[in-house]
Ligand binder design. Structure first.
Ligand code: IPT
Length: 357
């Protein structure tokens, strides 16, 4: 089928091509009556503006590109969702390109540049040199990286991994746990390495040796498998620090299968606070990374960059917070009393909710 063009609309409305174009671009000097006629003709013909043609005519695209790691993972999908929402509110659209390996980023950048994006967001774990070379490739289009080390010489907006790791480890130490096992993320991820380093240095400062160490791939399935590994010995850890909430979900499933009570016998701390973590059994104590806020801020930064090329790298480090829910408890409380305390807490929450109605 031949696409309907501005000429077809002009013919049906009985006006010139320029008049139709003025209506589409909301320009001045069109009478209300003419405008109405043009809009009617467009509706009748099911006219859809052609972005490619508009681009050729030199119009701004108001389009951003997002290059992201696997969207089946909760954290990147929540960031993508926030990016889409904020861009939509700002009248911009977002083209999403998903990559499985950092090596695919260059092709993704080129493809998005070919589609004339005005800014690029990259949420893929990258080494400094990889990020620096991508940023150079994209000039003059601004690029903002969300998963790089804070030292990379690029524009970045990253959560403070070290602070997050410290918060999680200190929380367990404060509860009196000593046998603390670590379940880290993949070695290929900068932030996974930073979280692990943060845990190790916090434990070391407290004179505590890690009880055991395992590494997953961020998925709940890997948390389940590594969780079983960490629980297989004769002595159980008292707590497990997990590098993300999805793996913590798998760990808690492994605990349930072994009849190990969380938090009665074992405390679990996650990392992310993705939107579902408050609904795990038990609700997860975790380190919150405010993904929505990161998405909003990155879109706003990019849209504010137009024409602003060549300035020094803008590096923002976002703070993280500990969210205490019910997957952690004080060491040494007899299990029964802990359950009772838990039940009383739940009752109190319920009573408060009822009172608020
Ligand atoms: C990081 C998440 O914490 C982790 O759960 C996983 O989803 C990972 O992303 C995927 O790359 S968040 C990132 C912005 C450091």
């Amino acid at each position: 089928m031949k696409a309907i063009t501005l000429y077809d609309v002009a013919r049906l409305a009985g006006v010139s091509y320029q008049t139709v174009s003025r209506v589409i671009n909301d320009a001045a000097h069109v009478s209300a009556r003419t405008r109405e006629k043009v809009l009617q003709a467009m509706a009748e013909l099911h006219y859809v503006p052609n972005r490619g043609a508009q681009q050729l005519a030199g119009k701004r695209t108001r389009t951003l590109g997002l290059i992201t790691t696997d969207l089946a993972l909760h954290a990147p999908s929540q960031i993508a969702s926030a990016v889409k929402t904020r861009a939509g509110e700002c009248g911009a659209s977002v083209l999403i390109s998903m990559v499985e390996h950092p090596q695919q980023c260059l092709a993704a950048v080129q493809e998005l540049l070919a589609q004339r994006v005005e800014g690029l967001l990259v949420n893929v774990p990258l080494e400094d040199e990889q990020a620096e070379s991508l940023q150079a490739q994209a000039v003059p289009v601004p690029v903002l990286f969300l998963d790089v080390s804070p030292g990379a010489r690029v524009h970045s907006l990253v959560f403070d991994a070290e602070q997050g790791a410290t918060l999680g480890a200190q929380h367990l130490l404060a509860l009196g746990h000593q046998r603390i096992a670590l379940l880290g993320g993949p070695q290929s991820s900068v932030s996974a390495r930073a979280r692990l380093a943060g845990w190790l240095s916090t434990l070391e400062a407290a004179g505590v040796e890690p009880f055991a160490l395992a590494q997953g791939d961020w998925s709940a399935a890997s948390g389940y498998e590594k969780g079983h590994q960490l629980l297989a010995g004769a002595t159980l850890p008292q707590a497990i620090l997990v590098a993300n909430d999805q793996m913590a979900l798998g760990v808690m499933r492994a605990c349930a299968e072994k009849g190990i009570a969380v938090p009665g016998q074992l405390s679990v701390v996650g990392f992310d606070d993705t939107t579902d973590s408050a609904w795990f059994t038990p609700p997860l104590t975790t380190v919150r990374q405010a993904f929505r806020e990161a998405g909003l801020r990155s879109v706003e930064w990019l849209l504010a960059q137009q024409g602003n090329t060549g300035q020094a790298p803008a590096q923002t480090r976002l703070p993280v917070t500990l969210v205490e829910r019910h997957s952690t408890a004080r060491e040494g409380l007899p299990q029964g009393s802990d359950d009772l305390a838990q039940q009383l807490k739940s009752l109190a929450i319920l009573a408060e909710q009822l009172a608020r109605r």
